[in-house]
Design a protein around this ligand. Structure first.
Ligand code: KG4
Ligand code: ZN
Length: 423
């Protein structure tokens, strides 16, 4: 894509920056991460010494309200919104990190996969800044970002060369309780997002073997479509999770004796949805049948949608069916591939029940395997994960002097494939 630099320079109102600082001669590096692959405009700043990356700022502007009335993301509306927000979001990320253009050593941007009109805003912004600021640029695969959300460190204190400005101190105190994870390779990663459901085995950093994936809908897509069928709105994942949380056991499941009173609000619905491919020997998934099963139940009697107990019971059963399959397949894959750590990644990893039930299954069935998941604000799309993936790409790069791509060469790809780095 051709970029009209003069116009964009005006748009960004940032001037050309000259700096003597290069990636290989600075003791600290600062990475600006950008993410616009779907409906979140996000920018983050990461600061790292050789071994300790830390997120200094993480700004996300969500478009949920805009798309909610359409029941899903409208690509061109998303692009227009990204265009409006990308500059303020970048400015806020730089400000929040207390850095300026000249401090930035590397710009990292989601290159794909995603919605092309949305992706193009981020990649074009990143290319423009790389040109204006004369910085190296790197394209990151969105799923690589989600995986590396598990490696995000907020422990700003580990970087010893303070003093830190007040805003960093505030952030640090807010994050005091963040747990330090044990991330030993090999890793098995369950990726569950709006566009992907994959089991990925990683023998070492930045190497990916996809051992299973969905044959139709992604897990998040199934949540979103089922929520639409149930009239729960967009985004469906959080809506189904919140509705399912109100579920009370069906009346028939309660043993009663003459002294027991059955609460009136216990549901009379007790569904059993299919657990698609739960027993198949491979590690693939299929979720479209689940949504269809819900659709059939609703079509039979649309007035059921007015019954709160029906919607609650169906949300709960749908969520449980999806979780059962995800957990079972992950455990089975772990028994075959013997990872030291299991990671959870992608927007659906914000689901409390999935986080809990996968954890319980690992504890029960996989002794000595650690379990790591991102903080929920790093589960959904954000730019901190993009900057973190870029940090690891830099850390393991063979030639740090030539690291990064020329801004003119970076291609935006809607169907970008996840590929291992040649380490
Ligand atoms: O990773 P993400 O933010 O964007 C994509 O890369 O697609 O994932 C978005 C997906 C949506 O389908 C959304 O419904 C789902 O993640 N999601 C959830 C929850 N929060 C977000 N699904 C289930 N439970 C949640 N709490
Ligand atoms: Zn995502």
């Amino acid at each position: 894509m051709l970029i009209n630099i003069d116009k964009l320079q005006n748009y960004f109102s940032w001037s050309i920056v000259t700096t003597n600082k290069t990636l290989s001669n600075s003791c600290f590096m600062f990475i600006l991460g950008l993410e616009t692959s779907c409906d979140e405009t996000a920018a983050a700043v990461l600061r790292a010494d050789k071994n300790h990356p830390a997120i200094l700022s993480n700004i996300v502007s969500s478009q949920i309200k805009l798309h909610a009335k359409w029941g899903g993301v409208v690509p061109n509306l998303a692009a227009r919104e990204h265009l409006k927000n990308v500059r303020p979001v970048i400015t806020a990320a730089l400000k929040g990190a207390n850095v300026s253009a000249k401090d930035i050593d590397l710009i990292a941007v989601t290159q794909g996969p995603g919605l092309i009109p949305a992706l193009l805003v981020g990649t074009t912004a990143a290319k423009t800044l790389a040109y204006l600021w004369q910085k190296p640029l790197i394209g990151i695969h969105h799923i690589e970002g989600h995986i590396y959300a598990n490696f995000i460190s907020d422990e700003i204190g580990v970087i010893s060369n303070g003093p830190f400005p007040a805003s960093h101190e505030i952030q640090r105190s807010q994050l005091k309780n963040s747990k330090k994870a044990s991330l030993k390779f090999p890793l098995l990663c369950l990726v569950v997002s709006g566009g992907h459901t994959q089991l990925i085995f990683m023998k070492k950093h930045l190497t990916y073997e996809i051992i299973g994936e969905t044959l139709d809908d992604a897990a998040g897509e199934a949540f979103d479509k089922t929520a639409r069928v149930l009239g729960l709105g967009y985004p469906g994942g959080p809506a189904i999770a919140a509705t399912a949380a109100n579920f009370q056991l069906p009346i028939s499941n309660f043993r009663t004796n003459s002294n027991d009173k059955i609460s009136k609000n216990k549901t009379e619905y007790n569904f059993v949805l299919p657990r698609p491919m739960i027993s198949s020997k491979d590690f693939n998934f299929s979720f479209s049948g689940l949504k269809t099963a819900v659709l059939y139940a609703v079509k039979k009697n649309e007035s059921l949608l007015k019954d709160k107990n029906f919607v609650t019971a169906m949300s709960r059963e749908f969520q449980q069916a999806a979780i059962d399959v995800l957990v079972r397949k992950t455990i089975r894959a772990a028994k075959k591939y013997n990872p030291q750590t299991i990671l959870l990644a992608g927007g659906v990893s914000a689901n409390t029940e999935l986080r809990r039930q996968l954890g319980e299954a690992i504890e029960k069935e996989l002794k000595n395997v650690s379990y790591v998941m991102p903080r929920t604000d790093y589960s959904i799309d954000n730019a901190a994960m993009i900057a973190t993936a870029a940090f690891y790409r830099y850390k393991f790069a063979k030639n740090k002097k030539t690291f990064g791509e020329n801004w003119q060469k970076l291609k935006t790809e809607a169907d970008l494939k996840l590929s291992s780095q040649n380490l």
